[in-house]
Design a binder for this molecule. Structure first.
Ligand code: 1CP
Length: 347
């Protein structure tokens, strides 16, 4: 048996046709962070592991968490269950996922010696074999039902975690570094970029049908810094991976939409602050837009969710992949999520 028939099923799938900008019968729909705490079956599975990292590093469990939202919600794509922080870890910065708090890095980058000490490129990506295994197991279990999305954090967002040691209100340590030592900042971004390219190539080889880059903290940078410290690295990553369609989700980067319009990606993800027409006018006619319902809409009554979703679909028009404007919040009622998905699917 060869892999070819399986691959063909996915290539023709609604989600991939839409991502390539082809005319489709309806917009496909999935949710950022769909594999996770909104599902009771995820919480049950998670309870078998001492911590998040042990879970992520068990390919069979990661595959199960990846497929749960496809079974439960009927979304048009699966996203591999992992985290963007596996990349800094592979480069040598260990993190802990603190329950109900989030990720914490006990050691952070403070200067040139720290940057020099980091692994990068293939050398670093080689330790991410567990993600590749999870992709392989998932791909096999999906058996062509829906495409499988691989992902990584964008270099600036990974840089931010490596400097801050976790989430931050101001990102002032990371932003300060860009002013205080631009050369060292570029060195670190370079190392993150080569690692991310090697990592994403591995994801493609393991079966990822589309790749999404999460630039969650894009909106923290002034436009000139985003252009200098984020855009060129995103572009390098996109150019290095011609095999599959790519989505760049740069949260809060409304000011960079023209740059994103020129990037070698097919899909541009939008947060809920960005009106679809505003984005379309800036990225141009070719790009597919993904997004962007306010995740809090899903706490509303079903009629309100339905109306807001239909209005979003009207505002986007063609070349659209329906999603939220950021990840779904863990305490979102499942019925709200279901109403959103079913409305897009015309059910
Ligand atoms: O034990 C748990 O359940 C921990 C919660 C959790 C989960 C389910 C974390 C901690 N990460 C994840 C999975 C995850 N992370 C996925 C899985 C696939 C899916 O989307 O369903 C993905 C794509 C991510 C990506 C991710 N991790 C991003 C980018 C997207 C975004 O939300 O902006 C970011 C910023 C992270 C870091 C992270 N991991 C976890 C938390 C709580 C955070 C945010 C921390 C912060 O506030 O900075």
């Amino acid at each position: 048996m060869s892999d070819t028939p399986l691959k063909n099923i996915s290539t023709d799938h609604l989600f991939l046709r839409a991502a390539r900008g082809e005319q489709v019968e309806r917009p496909p729909v999935w949710l950022m962070r769909q594999a996770g705490r909104i599902l009771p079956q995820y919480r049950a599975l998670r309870a078998n592991f001492p911590d998040f990292k042990a879970f992520v590093k068990t390919p069979e469990a990661a595959a199960e968490a990846t497929i749960q939202p496809v079974d439960e919600l009927g979304v048009d794509a699966a996203i591999i269950f992992s985290d963007i922080l596996v990349v800094p870890e592979a480069m040598g910065l260990d993190y802990k996922m603190v329950e109900s708090v989030g990720p914490r890095f006990p050691t952070v980058i403070t200067g040139a010696t720290d940057v020099k000490g980091l692994r990068s490129g293939q050398d670093a990506a080689a330790s991410l074999e567990y993600v590749f295994n999870a992709l392989r197991v998932t791909k096999k279990a999906l058996n062509g039902r829906v495409p499988l999305i691989g992902f990584a954090g964008a270099p600036w967002t990974i840089f931010a975690y490596m400097l801050e040691g976790g989430g931050s209100k101001t990102f002032s340590k990371a932003r300060r570094m860009l002013y205080a030592d631009p050369a060292l900042s570029h060195q670190l971004l370079e190392k993150i970029t080569t690692t991310t390219i090697a990592y994403l190539k591995g994801q493609i080889a393991a079966g990822a049908d589309l790749l999404q880059l999460f630039d969650s903290w894009a909106g923290e940078l002034p436009p000139a810094h985003y252009r200098e410290f984020a855009v060129p690295y995103l572009q390098r990553i996109c150019e290095a991976l011609p095999e599959v369609p790519k989505t760049v989700f740069a949260k809060g980067a409304w000011f960079a939409l023209e740059d994103l319009g020129e990037m070698s990606c097919q899909v541009v993800g939008l947060d809920w602050n960005t009106p679809p027409a505003f984005a379309r006018a800036r990225v141009g006619a070719d790009k597919v837009l993904q997004g962007n319902l306010d995740p809090c809409t899903l706490y509303a009554q079903p009629e309100v969710i339905r109306e807001a979703t239909l209005e979003m679909l009207r505002q986007f028009g063609p070349k659209h992949i329906a999603n939220l404007g950021h990840g779904v919040y863990p305490d979102t009622p499942l019925e709200g999520v279901r109403t959103f998905v079913n409305t897009v699917k015309g059910l």
